[in-house]
Design a protein around this ligand. Structure first.
Ligand SMILES: Cc1ncc(C[n+]2csc(CCOP(=O)(O)OP(=O)(O)O)c2C)c(N)n1
Ligand SMILES: [Mg+2]
Length: 787
């Protein structure tokens, strides 16, 4: 049963016949865009080009109705990855894409296979990148939450609706359910999800009839659900004698049975359709001639423009919660491959393309034309183009981020996690910067030291909520529309999806923000796909992974991260940093915020932090030796010499470098002391950003190759190390992460790190069993010198 029968279509100003004509042209262009990429482009590499004609056709009606009769300029839409040809066909018909691109699907510099915010030629109109199913689908929900936040803090802006067009199999992805269940994402009345309910995924027809389960799940999560199931013809048939039996029969029919009928027509179709049905069902279609039976049985609302517009209007009318439309569609609608279970990657033959072209009255000379501007369809497209044309948004914040936040000298031992919390609290006192800061955490705000910030800035809630805590409690949890911390449930996937959207607030809402998230470092992996999604979308945010490594000793192996440093170094679009000392963290954090404020692409930052308090004196000593500004520069560039062994080296002592990041530095310093006593000249290099060192080295290599110099120019890496001296790398992370330094420097290297799962114990115990203690470091150094 449809949840809400189609009401009168919202046809104000829209002629359904004109829309029908536009729909046919959109289907043609989307199909031909894929066809030409596969059949008329010589790639020379034997790799198939691909593209999805059937998945595209499935959404042609929903998308034509949206762009040509529903969307407004401020609306933001995520398009199902495999419908990108439909999107580009529409943008072309609206005049937002040059004709020359229509033959470039999946070509270098051309239309990307899936909608891309950063690479598509019509990217001004791509609001959300999609491709990894489920993530793009959920993104508009998070964007709507960000809009709610932005409106509450900076004043309401013109209305936007946040629309997601998703494949039905995208609902298999857990992140979708994590998203709809989070309390921070409730009540967003400007959200509309449109599920392309074609009952097919990549491999198969999806088994069973799951619609009742889906609708119940969304309703339980507080959503308004519409089933756009049957088109006008079937609806009319249901109204006839025995119509109810017919409806019940189709409703209960397994997807596999229904889908198998698409291959048949006439007598054979009738026989197969009625297989197992009672006399009343047979009677219900007795009046339908064989020639019309296929059209009737395939008459789904997802291909009925009036039904879709009615569904959109019904959702618009509901403003207190998100809406979802299950639009029943046919994968491959309107094409010879319609409904075929194996049609996901199927391509029309050239003969089939020629027949389709002819059917539309087009010729090879006119096939790429826009709609005739003199025709009603052409005039309508022009009107819609005017309604939807956009200007690029500004993504910079006109504020000055200081070079350092906390000028007080650090006397006591302090952990980087505690320092991070203090720095954010200090920042919240700065009237120029504070308004733009927004923090978020997946139920770990207090255990990652955000309490100070939250006490000062409050927790965001769309409405004022009572604070049930005692007024003198250490943590105030004041929830109101002015709060600047967004608290999430435990889902790390949601954390990164939200951070990704907060970091696009300038692009999508005209108000850049300074987003900061915290997460236990091991669970970065739990949200990794969304982390990648955010950085792939060129979002800009700061995330602190804390605490990290086996230094989290008593917590045990399940909470001890090892591969996250490698992830941080390797992920594009984010700079990985692991400072050990508070002042270094301060400089790096300010620099990261400044890059975000400047709207720099790829300016996200990942800080890997610890709860181990470290004595700050060694850093202060280095500061005295190197000087404040020079040291700051080195820290920002990725590393500095915490201990300089030049004097002993000048006296002829053998030189070794101990290279380390973060929590392990006390052990490294102890080892350095022991080695010096043995007459070894030790340089201790504190790597503040392995990522920057690596990027600098790579840049240097590329420059030297392209300029054919044969010798490298100076880089941070080279200025930190004495030529030919062996190195020992020490890291509370997989030993592999720093191992490349040996080859970069062309010297013997012994990488120490954590290459097995940890367990509970003290820091000393854990460092001992993983070979990070001073003794192991000294032995490694002696071994390196002997290599
Ligand atoms: C995370 C992820 N896993 C797998 C894929 C490969 N894949 C692409 S489309 C698809 C099936 C999609 O089915 P559906 O969402 O129903 O879209 P349809 O093509 O039926 O419209 C799969 C498994 C992907 N793109 N992303
Ligand atoms: Mg599907």
């Amino acid at each position: 049963m449809p949840r809400e029968p189609a009401t009168a279509p919202m046809t104000t100003g829209v002629d359904l016949e004109v829309l029908e004509e536009i729909q046919r042209r959109v289907l043609w262009l989307a199909t031909r865009i894929v066809d030409v990429a596969n059949h008329e482009r010589e790639t020379g590499d034997g790799v198939k080009v691909g593209g999805h004609q059937a998945s595209s056709a499935s959404l042609v009606t929903a998308m034509t109705a949206l762009w040509f009769a529903h969307l407004e300029r401020g609306d933001r839409v995520a398009v199902k990855p495999h419908a990108s040809p439909v999107f580009h066909a529409i943008e072309y018909l609206l005049g937002h894409l040059d004709r020359s691109y229509l033959t470039t699907l999946r070509a270098f510099g051309g239309l990307q296979s899936y909608p891309s915010r950063t690479k598509d030629p019509d990217r001004l109109y791509v609001d959300f990148s999609t491709g990894s199913v489920g993530l793009g689908a959920a993104a508009p929900l998070f964007a709507a939450a960000v809009r709610r936040y932005v409106d509450a803090h900076f004043g309401p802006r013109p209305r936007s609706r946040f629309v997601s067009l998703l494949g039905d199999a995208e609902l298999d992805e857990g992140n979708v359910w994590e998203a709809i269940n989070d309390p921070a994402l409730q009540g967003l009345g400007n959200v509309l999800w449109i599920v392309d309910f074609n009952r097919q995924s990549l491999d198969r027809v999806v088994p069973g009839v799951r619609i009742a389960q889906f609708t119940a799940q969304f309703e339980a999560a507080g959503w308004h659900v519409v089933e756009a199931k049957y088109g006008e013809r079937l609806t009319a048939q249901f109204a006839k004698p025995h119509g109810e039996a017919l409806r019940r029969w189709i409703d209960a029919m397994p997807n596999e049975h229904y889908q198998s009928l698409f291959a048949f027509s006439g007598q054979e179709l009738r026989k197969r359709f009625l297989d197992g049905a009672g006399d009343d069902v047979e009677a219900s279609i007795a009046d339908v001639p064989d020639g019309e039976l296929a059209g009737l049985i395939q008459d789904l609302a997802g291909h009925d423009l009036a039904s879709m517009l009615a569904a959109y209007a019904a959702c618009d009318a509901v403003t207190d919660r998100p809406s979802i439309i299950f639009a029943y569609t046919v994968k491959g609608f309107g094409l010879p491959i319609a409904g075929n279970p194996r049609n996901h990657s199927a391509l029309l033959s050239s003969d089939q393309i020629a027949a389709f072209r002819q059917e539309l009255g087009l010729t090879p000379a006119t096939e790429w034309d826009r709609l005739d501007p003199a025709s009603p369809a052409g005039r309508w497209a022009e009107e819609r183009s005017r309604a939807l044309t956009r200007e690029p948004a500004s993504t910079t914040l006109p504020i000055e981020i200081p070079a350092r936040i906390d000028e007080r000298p650090a006397r006591k031992p302090i952990s980087t996690q505690e320092a991070f919390g203090r720095l954010l609290t200090e920042l919240s006192r700065r009237p120029d910067v504070a308004p733009y800061l927004v923090t978020t955490a997946p139920d770990v705000a207090t255990s990652t030291n955000l309490a100070g910030f939250i006490n000062r800035m409050g927790v965001f809630a769309p409405d004022n909520l009572p604070d049930w805590m005692e007024p003198d409690s250490l943590l105030r949890w004041q929830q109101s529309p002015t709060g600047q911390h967004v608290e999430l449930g435990i889902s790390e996937m949601n954390l990164f999806l939200l951070l990704g959207q907060l970091g696009l607030a300038g692009d999508l809402h005209g108000q850049p923000l300074l987003p900061v998230g915290t997460v236990y470092d091991p669970f970065v992996c739990r949200g990794l796909d969304a982390f990648i999604y955010g950085t792939y979308s060129a979002s800009r945010f700061i995330v602190a992974g804390t605490p990290s490594g086996v230094t989290l000793a008593p917590e045990g192996g399940a909470h001890q991260s090892t591969i996250t440093a490698g992830i941080g170094v390797q992920l594009p679009g984010v700079t990985f940093m692991e400072p050990a000392y508070a002042v270094a963290l301060d400089w790096l954090l300010c620099d990261a915020l400044a890059r975000i404020a400047n709207g720099e692409g790829g300016a996200s930052a990942y800080f890997r932090l610890t709860t181990r308090p470290l004595d700050q004196a060694p850093f202060e000593a280095a500061r005295q030796r190197i000087g404040d500004e020079a040291l700051r520069r080195q820290v920002l560039d990725g590393g500095y010499r915490l201990i300089d062994g030049s004097e002993l080296a000048a006296a002829g002592a053998p030189v070794v470098h101990l290279v380390a990041s973060g929590a392990v530095l006390p052990e490294v310093l102890t080892a350095a002391g022991e080695l010096s006593e043995e007459g070894v000249a030790v340089n201790v290099v504190d790597v503040t950003s392995l990522d920057r060192l690596y990027a600098g080295w790579q840049q240097e290599l590329r420059d030297s190759v392209s300029q054919a110099k044969g010798r490298f120019g100076p880089s941070t890496l080279r200025s930190l190390f004495t030529p030919r001296a062996p190195i020992v790398t020490v890291h509370d992370a997989a030993s592999h992460t720093m191992a490349w330094l040996g080859s970069a420097l062309g010297v013997p290297a012994v990488p120490l790190g954590v290459d097995a799962y940890g367990q509970s114990g003290t820091v000393r115990d854990l460092y001992q069993i993983h070979g990070l203690g001073p003794g192991a470091i000294v032995n490694a150094a002696l071994a390196a010198l002997a290599l």
